[in-house]
Ligand binder design. Structure first.
Ligand code: NAD
Ligand code: ZN
Length: 348
């Protein structure tokens, strides 16, 4: 079979790879029908994720058809169509029983990290019963691929952690796929005002189309962007602040635009230290959260998509055949130039 392999030196290559096999009794092997590329795959390609060895097949998002299951898999059989979640989890360990699937003692972020990933013709998924979901009938598979990672991330690490509530004010810093997924899912909670901040005018225009009440281009710096948010919020700042970039400047901005009593949810993966201004914030009665997605909201998101209350396919800007995977990486890797948000990879 073919797989898209991390070759080191900022390179990925589509090449012949061994077929994955059921090894543990709880494994399943899936024939992929749709996958996509995540910003994290680009981090790996660029050598920023040392846990991923050269030679690994990348990808942790996708849908497919079960090819084979281990003897202990109870919920799925050959031929079932499934959504693969970015986090594989056992559902039994202490962390899983607290909903912290990303810290599962025998799982977590495995696909495209510690195990071969979904950007292949076949993938092995560990803990199949608790890491796969049956696809609802009649829903576009491309839309469902967005539920493997970016929608649960925007919702769990962004919207839920920042406690968006009816009537609250929300600011999302970063209008990439994750920030836009937070924008879409925040609207499920009826906030009174949503502000989106980015430097990319195309992404800000998408944010307006997706329901942002105000957008701010922060190319001129943190102070100007903070002043613009304060102007829009009677000098108070926002109740829910969602950081969806992962750079110090963005975390800096988030601290300047949080209202007293607010929540700052850091979603971004930071490769460098950022400052925390306790001297300005100690008396604000705020909370700060951060962490990995647990994919615990996938069942709820599946219901919303099936009920047509949520349309994640709005973030798909490009489609490629699996044979053109390398071209897909080149396009997604220069997302600003290509106005790319999510690229969908199709197998037939
Ligand atoms: P992306 O790179 O596509 O989007 C980031 C956006 O931030 C871009 O539109 C860019 O123009 C904008 N930006 C850059 N610097 C900025 C600044 N100083 N101020 C405002 N905007 C700025 O990334 P994405 O795929 O949307 O992911 C967003 C972040 O979420 C990344 O750090 C990613 O690694 C992280 N992530 C976290 C989890 C998790 O489990 N916590 C899961 C998936 C992704
Ligand atoms: Zn577990």
């Amino acid at each position: 079979m073919k797989g898209l392999v991390y070759k080191g030196n900022n390179t990925v290559k589509l090449q012949e790879e061994p077929m994955p096999k059921v090894e543990a009794p709880t494994d399943a092997v899936i024939r992929m029908t749709k996958t996509t590329i995540c910003g994290s795959d680009l981090h790996i390609q660029r050598g920023h994720v040392p846990t991923v060895p050269v030679g690994r097949i990348l990808g942790h998002e996708g849908v497919g058809v079960i090819e084979e299951v281990g003897p202990s898999v109870k919920s799925f059989k050959k031929g079932d169509k499934v959504l693969i979640t970015a986090i594989s989890s056992c559902a039994a360990c202490g962390y899983c029983r607290r909903g912290m699937n990303s810290h599962c003692h025998t799982g977590g972020w495995m696909l495209g990290n510690t195990l071969g990933g979904t950007q292949a013709e076949y993938v092995k998924v560990a803990h199949a019963d608790s890491s796969l979901y049956a696809l609802p009938a009649g829903v576009d598979e491309g839309a469902l691929v967005m539920l493997s990672d970016i929608f649960p991330t925007g919702l769990e690490c962004g919207v839920i952690c920042s406690k968006v509530q009816p009537g609250s004010t929300v600011v999302i810093v970063g209008a990439g796929p994750v920030g836009l997924a937070a924008l879409i899912t925040s609207q499920l909670y009826s906030p009174s005002q949503i502000i989106v901040i980015d430097m990319d005018e195309n992404r800000l225009s998408v944010a307006r189309d997706l329901g942002a009440h105000h957008t701010i281009n922060n190319a001129s710096g943190v102070a100007e962007a903070a002043a613009a948010v304060l102007k829009l919020t009677d000098g108070i700042g926002c109740d829910s602040v969602i950081e969806a970039v992962g750079v110090p400047a963005s975390f800096e901005l988030c601290q300047k635009i949080i209202a007293p009593g607010g929540m700052l949810a850091n979603v971004g993966v930071h490769g460098a230290s950022a400052s925390l201004h306790l001297e300005d914030l100690w008396h604000h009665n705020i909370g700060i959260t951060m962490g990995l997605v647990d994919t615990v909201t996938v069942p709820m998101l599946l219901k919303l998509v099936a009920a047509k209350r949520l349309d994640p396919s709005k973030l798909i800007t490009h489609r490629f055949k699996f044979a053109d995977m390398e071209k897909a990486y080149a396009t997604f890797g220069d997302a600003a130039k290509h106005k790319a948000l999510k690229v969908l990879i199709e197998y037939d």
